[in-house]
Design a protein around this ligand. Structure first.
Ligand code: SF4
Ligand code: SF4
Length: 94
C-alpha cells in the first residue's frame, strides 16, 4: 500500500503536503503533485494536510480516480515527464 494524490490537486497544488513528508517523496509536476510509491513509507502524515482531500491510500482510491494511481506510479518509472504524460493521457483520453 502507498499513498496516492488524486484529481483535486490538479491545477491547485497548494503544497501543504510537501512540507510534512518526512522522506520528501511528494514531487511537483506541471499540473499536480504526485507521491513516488517506491519512496513513500506510508506514514500518513500528508493525508490530513491536504485542504481538498486529494490524498488517499491506494486501496481507498475510488473507481474514477484509478488513473491517478498510474499517474503517481509513473513518477517512479520515469520521473516528472512520465507523470505529466500519464496525466495528459488521462485528461485527454478519458
Ligand atoms: S496538499 Fe493536496 S492539493 Fe496541495 S499539493 Fe498536496 S495533494 Fe495537492
Ligand atoms: S504517507 Fe508519509 S511518506 Fe508517504 S507521501 Fe505521505 S507523508 Fe510522504
Amino acid at each position: 500500500m502507498t499513498y496516492v494524490i488524486g484529481e483535486p490537486c490538479v491545477d491547485l497544488k497548494d503544497r501543504s503536503c510537501v512540507e510534512v513528508c518526512p522522506v520528501d517523496c511528494i514531487h511537483e509536476t506541471e499540473r499536480m503533485l504526485v507521491v513516488d510509491p517506491e519512496e513513500c513509507i506510508d506514514c500518513g502524515a500528508c493525508e490530513p494536510e491536504c485542504p481538498v482531500e486529494a490524498i488517499l491510500t491506494a486501496d481507498a482510491v475510488p473507481e474514477e480516480w484509478q488513473p491517478f494511481v498510474r499517474v503517481n506510479a509513473a513518477f517512479a518509472q520515469g520521473g516528472v515527464a512520465a507523470a505529466e504524460a500519464a496525466l495528459a493521457a488521462h485528461l485527454g483520453g478519458g
